[in-house]
Design a protein around this ligand. Sequence first.
Ligand code: ATP
Ligand code: MG
Length: 481
Amino acid sequence: MVRLKSLENNYSNHSLINTQAIQLISEVAFDANQQVYLIGGYVRDLILERKSDDLDFVTVGSGIDLAKKVGEKLKVKQVSFFKNFGTAMINFQNKEYQFVGARKESYRENSRNPIVENGTLEDDQNRRDFTINALAISLNKNDFGQLIDPFNGINDLAAKLIKTPLNPDITFSDDPLRMLRAIRFASQLNFKIEKLTFESIIKNANRIEIISQERVTEELQKIIKSNSPSYGFKLLEKSGILEIIFPEFTKLKGVEIINGKGHKDNFYHTLTVLDNIVPFSKNNVWLRWSALLHDIAKPPTKRFSKKSGWTFHGHEDKGARMVPQIFKNLKLPLDNKMKYVQKLVQLHLRPIALTKEEITDSAIRRLLFDAGDDLEDLMKLCRADITSKNKDKVKKYLQRFDDVESKLKTLEDQDKIRNWQPPITGEEIMNTFGIKPSKEVGILKHAIKEAILDGLVKNNPKDAYDYILKRGVELGLKIKK
Ligand code: ATP
Ligand code: MG
């Protein structure tokens, strides 16, 4: 909630800015005869009473010189300089203090890197992306704590509006990343995008192509981490940007009807699943990615037949196969995080299958084995995947998952299948039969795993060994004396 009242017109009494460091920066700037202001996201978050750990200071003059002097006074070991950008950064008590000289920017057609000149505070506020991000608080002695708000950002904060300070066509064409930032802030803060601003995003959507994939993905991640990611994705879709940056996802959209039979709109279904998983994935953006991608292969596997209606057979397999390429295109990590998402996409129908069939212990053991450490996350995904509007149905499905979970638990307590390694290694098999790495070793390894999962052989080394001996001999191998 916006609580402007506590701040009134005088920000100097607010506990967050009334810190020693801020006082010290104010004094250092006074001694150096330089004007200094706290500006941008930190001011916005201060007024919104949101936590924020990076503070931006703009000074009329050299940001680097001011940072050096502040660094000395704060006795910090390291001040980092980015000479090309004229900025400097100090890490102090787990916060980042960034200093920059006020500047004026002008842009060229094909790059988001502007031509930069020294400027006034006003010039610097003009180059900011949104009215709510252009707010500054004076730290100068004569008017310490004074809010400098040339674009009425304070009203937009109260009205929950994202709006560019200048003509949006210029703001977005200068730096198209701002379009994604607009949608990201809307999603994070639960703000609306002002009408003309959003129309301009639609108009300039194609310009997103000049932005590096890393920057695009960084914003996408922030949307996914927000509390209502579906809102951000709907804005992305409506603006036309989603089609450019994540075309596989827009293909989920739409309903086809044949012989009066339709299927659900998988785009909106997926977004509901994504929102459903939010409370269960506060620190796990990859579980959110699994929700986002769980049905990604529904469009390419969609079929209609008179007998079965709409089907999406194999969409979990194909979806899992699509994950690496999607991660690669989006420059997301290709390590175990990708494998985790792939695994959850692959397995997302399995618990449902367990609710439907006559469940055998073998099927449950297999899920324990295949899901391993990620079983809880898989169950979270499956619960989030229930998006029926019919409350009774939802209740019934959730109850079935409770039953599946209790069966999983009973069997796990009994057989310890999760994170299980078969009791006989490939090496032991080779020693037993005096053979080299070969097809037979693979066959026997697979056979013992299957036999244990099927409950035909007990999960201990002796029984496993006896079984291997028997199967080896059947394969024509000789036991080494
Ligand atoms: P957050 O830190 O949550 O991402 P923020 O608003 O602090 O939000 P930063 O990227 O840290 O965003 O940038 C700090 C400030 O710099 C912004 O508030 C804004 O005033 C300005 N800014 C950042 N990126 C741009 C941009 N692409 N165009 C114009 N101004 C920008
Ligand atoms: Mg910031």
